[in-house]
Design a protein around this ligand. Structure first.
Ligand code: FAD
Length: 413
């Protein structure tokens, strides 16, 4: 089918999925997965959760190493693609080699952003993306007394909760007025603020970091923009990520805050597909451009990429979902709440098991659930099916949403 074969750049959640789906879909040609990290592709979410807490916790491979051998996937570990030659249809590797392709899939992920403040490069100021980052953070965290987290997003808060469980003094500096503000509704931000404060973290809103203070090149404190000094043996910066788009932009692939792809995850060069954290796309329902950073999106776009490559063009239509474990609390989100005009609560905030259902007009667009996995699972089905239960039914806990779904599905069928 493809003489020179398919090359996948990036062995994360997305890249590994493309390889698996291609083989499962019957592709038997040459298949190369090139990834910069030295580890067999592994699960990233535990790096800020179980892996960090417990030094005995190993990386969890996405698939065993034997999977790549058995499926004849040429897995190149610790190999970085430095450039794409569009005319020759080859990728260049950092070791001087090159690989020819008929089709290329960019699954290069993203990298942590750093704040433009003095001292951000001193020893002990860490970010968390890779297994190598997580090993270093784990060691430093276990040795530390005082931990400062810059950024009250998912990763920062997961690390803060873990550091408190380890008995560390924890300060979280959030620049804006609420936690996880880019993604969750204000009620959820407020709930998690109370939670983290209750666990003993000093969470400061409206508190951007101003500079890092070091002694002999090692961090000793963080100074807020206002000039308050907070002692720190280790600083975790979690202020978001930048998509790895440079391989694509260097050959003029259309890009925005991500390499632009269509419904079939094709870039502006149809021989090149892109998936996961490194892409942006026009969302079919929201009618605006999005870039999603989640395992779900990387995996589902990986499946779409494989389908496109196999000639079974299926537009990407997956419902987005995400989770975050902070301490013993599980936050699960489905849909995108950014366009919501109204939100209603199911369950009770004070018993720690509740969901916020978000509506844009009459339409259910997202659900944020705290320790209510069943609402999340059901919500995925509701949103995928385009079913919007009436808000008054949602707040009434005597109404079983499952029955409602069954009723609507039967009616529709
Ligand atoms: P990645 O998984 O980042 O993989 C990209 C790979 O490409 C990397 O291995 C990178 O080294 C490699 N690469 C980059 N450039 C090159 C190059 N030039 N040559 C070769 N290789 C290259 N999501 C959730 O849904 N739930 C969670 O709870 C959650 N927790 C997270 C916790 C942490 C600590 C982190 C870092 C992320 C978390 N995420 C979570 C986000 C999720 O892991 C990402 O959205 C997902 O990994 C994206 O997959 P990807 O395949 O696009 O990129």
């Amino acid at each position: 089918m493809y003489e020179k074969g398919i090359v996948i750049v990036g062995g994360g959640h997305g890249g590994s999925q493309v390889a698996a789906s291609l083989r499962a879909g019957g592709y038997d040609g040459r298949l190369t997965l090139v990834t910069a990290e030295p580890e067999v592709p592994y699960q990233r979410p535990p790096l800020s959760k179980a892996f960090l807490k417990d030094p005995a916790h190993d990386l969890l491979p996405l698939r065993p190493e034997s999977f790549y051998v058995k499926n004849d996937v040429d897995l190149r570990l610790a190999a970085t693609v430095t450039a794409i030659d569009g005319a020759a249809a080859t990728v260049a590797l950092a070791d001087g080699g090159s690989i020819a392709f008929d089709r290329l899939v960019l699954a290069a992920g993203s990298r942590p952003r750093l704040p433009p403040i003095p001292g951000v490069d001193v020893d002990g100021v860490l970010t968390l993306r890779s297994a190598a980052d997580a090993r270093l953070l784990r060691t430093r965290l276990h040795e530390a007394n005082d931990v400062v987290v810059i950024g009250g997003g998912f990763i920062g808060l997961e690390v803060a909760a873990t550091a408190r469980l380890l008995g560390k003094t924890v300060t979280v500096l959030e620049a804006v007025d609420r936690l996880m503000g880019r993604v969750v509704a204000p009620q959820i931000s407020a709930y998690f603020l109370d939670l983290h404060r209750g666990w003993g973290s000093d969470v400061r809103l409206h508190s951007p970091a101003g500079r890092i203070v070091d002694e002999g090149g090692r961090v000793v404190a963080v100074e807020t923009a206002e000039g308050t000094r907070i002692a720190a043996d280790v600083v975790l910066v979690g202020i978001g990520v930048a998509p790895n788009i440079e391989l694509g932009t260097a050959i003029a692939l259309a890009s925005d805050d991500g390499i632009l792809v269509n419904d079939f995850v094709e870039t502006s060069d149809p021989r090149i597909l892109a998936i996961g954290d490194c892409v942006a796309f026009d969302h079919w329902e929201l009618k605006r451009r999005v870039r999603l950073e989640s395992v779900q999106n990387a995996v589902d776009q990986g499946k779409t990429a494989a389908a496109t490559l196999l000639g079974k063009r299926e537009p990407y239509r997956a419902v987005p979902w995400f989770w975050s474990d902070q301490g013993d609390v599980k936050l699960q989100m489905v849909g995108l709440s950014g366009d919501a005009t109204r939100s209603v609560l199911r369950g009770r905030l004070d018993d720690g098991h509740f969901s916020v259902f978000h509506y844009a007009g009459e339409r259910l667009v997202a659900i944020d659930s705290v320790n209510r996995a069943s609402d999340h699972v059901l919500g995925r089905r509701l949103i995928a099916a385009g079913i919007s239960p009436a808000p008054e039914d949602v707040v009434d806990e005597s109404i079983d949403l499952k029955a409602l779904l069954a009723k609507v599905t039967t009616k529709a069928g």
